[in-house]
Design a protein. Structure first.
Length: 269
């Protein structure tokens, strides 16, 4: 019997194509490098910050990176062991397995998670000015529905815990400040399994420092899982401007990738 290849494209930009070759006798996995997400040319990175019609920085993107994924401690700029987890939270993280994280089962990743796919801010203007900002991710269900309210409202007193919580935003000069509470305790901060509780309160300070770079000075405050508030820093890079987000839908109980036992590592190369 002739083997039939099944190609699983994870995205046309920024990911790796997996060629899964099935046969009656065995299953072979070949890794085909597809290149990284195309960023803007290096000579454009330090250019001036573009601005919207109201003079505010244009934060739209699309961007790559800017959050945690594999290890929030390392990716946030801390040294090993510096993340001030309470004993119970550290013990839980240490016993969690990457294949069990909710994200690989197509559930939302939440803040400050950023997968390898592109993402963008969508700035919504009304007659009263900038009223809301949506955060969109190429992997739609991972991004789900996040809105940052810019109309001056406060956090409700009776929030129902949700994946993305309740976000309100404001400008501090050229920095977009996003304050979020009301998270559930289900999502992981990273594939390492770093946990949190429903007491989580995050503050994101997004600054476009030049044309090609967006920095998030991130404050994580969760007295239920951490002994003190934590200051982290993440950096996003602008992708090539002739590209945009594509539709990519993660099916419930998706068995491709880690959830199906396939992982890109040296043993499979």
């Amino acid at each position: 019997m002739v083997s039939k290849p099944l190609v699983v494209p994870l995205t046309v930009v920024g990911m790796t194509l997996l060629l899964l070759v099935h046969s009656d006798a065995q299953q072979q996995i070949k890794i085909i490098p597809a290149g990284n997400t195309p960023l803007i040319p290096a000579n454009l990175v330090n250019g001036p910050v573009p601005r919207m019609h109201d003079g505010r920085p244009d934060m739209t993107g699309p961007w790559q990176g800017g959050g945690s994924n594999a290890d929030i401690e390392r990716e946030g700029g801390l040294k090993p062991g510096e993340l001030p987890l309470l004993p119970w939270a550290k013990a839980l993280r240490d016993k969690r397995l990457e294949r069990d994280e909710p994200y690989v089962a197509c559930l939302p990743m939440s803040v400050p998670r950023m997968n390898p796919f592109p993402w963008k801010f969508v700035m919504g203007y009304t007659a009263r000015g900038l009223s809301f900002i949506y955060v969109l991710h190429e992997l739609g269900d991972a991004g789900a529905h996040r809105v940052v309210y810019m109309d001056g409202r406060k956090h409700p007193d009776d929030l129902l815990p949700t994946w993305w919580g309740h976000s309100i935003g404001r400008w501090d000069r050229d920095t977009l400040v996003v304050d979020t509470v009301g998270y559930n305790d289900i999502f992981w901060f990273d594939s390492r399994g770093t946990p949190h509780t429903e007491q989580l309160h995050t503050t994101e300070r997004w600054t476009r420092v030049n044309y090609g770079t967006l920095v998030d000075d991130f404050t994580l405050d969760d007295p239920g899982a951490f002994s003190r508030p934590v200051q982290l820093k993440f950096t996003a890079q602008l992708i090539r401007q002739d590209l945009d987000l594509m539709e990519f839908i993660c099916n419930e109980n998706n068995q491709a990738g880690i959830a199906g036992g396939f992982k890109l590592n040296n043993e499979q190369r």
